[in-house]
Design a protein around this ligand. Sequence first.
Ligand code: SAH
Length: 354
Amino acid sequence: MYIHNLLYNNYMNALIVKAKKTHTLTEDELAAILSDDTVNDELFKSADKVRKEYAGEEVHLRGLIEFSNICKRGCLYCGIRSANRKVERYRLTKEEILDFANKAAGYGYKTLVMQSGEDDYFTAEILADILHGVKKLNVAVTLSIGERTLEEYQTLKEAGADRFLLRIETTDEELYRQMHPNMSLQARKQCLYNLKEAGFEVGTGCLVGLPGQTAKSLARDILFFKSLDADMIGIGPFIPNKNTPLANTTGGNFTLALKVMALTRLLLPDINIPATTAMETLDPNGRIKALQSGANVVMPNVTEGDYRRKYELYPGKICINDAPAKCRNCITGKITAIGRTVSSDYGFRRRKNV
Ligand code: SAH
């Protein structure tokens, strides 16, 4: 038994060393690491080293504006799904968006992320008009507004949007179908290819802990990120929302989400990886732990007033009563306390030879 454990540990450690050196692992190797907790510390430390070497010591802050919680989709896990009658819906005006953007630029944010449900009111033309205003502030802009046509993506790119976040959520065909009524994995992948064609820096990612999701399926998600050559990957634990059909499911676990994130850093060493808000919901120090296990980005909320609370994807969202200035100071303090610095540039992906 002892010999067996020793050999097994050697094997698991060898996998981490391989990932660190070659930035490759097979599906089975990824699944083995995800299914076992004996080398978690080595994994997190290696991801931290690779982050330091390829992405540097700076942490990029992106100010998040949640500009509409109106959504036509029915994603089973999501609190702003159209069938949820318990959400008070809102849509910010152009003036409100520009006001929040202006204040965020004033706090020193170099990137703003504009996120919403899939709200058809915001046509590409309406968004283009808003983007022209936001871009006058000298910031990089990321959109996270869901699935659109290639032509719409092109219009948004031409209007000045630089990046786009569209999580694949899961690459497991069957699970994808169960979670997303009237949507398809193929269509979502096509959106990611179209975003690349339109010239965006492309971010994707997955939820960890969806009902029935397996280690193999998460391993395939990571390999998909690599094959797409994504510029950003956001990984978050699934947190059940009581006003959704998944109310009574268990949800994701912080450590597993952190492991998926750390493995993503090992395989895609030079990309941008956020320490996600959902991680902080499950662990009070979650974002700092993530920054020390491969992440190099944080996305503080710059939405003001009651809107923060109403944009409720999942329960326990952090800082819903805080003002943007407080969030900025709070996160800067935490980042400097671990010996890292807040970047003052736009934080585009810096490609390195891998
Ligand atoms: N409508 C946009 C933005 C979606 S909201 C789009 O389609 O891309 C941003 C992310 O929140 C989603 O991609 C999803 O991964 C995450 N999310 C939604 N519900 C969640 C939940 N219950 N727990 C954790 N994350 C959730």
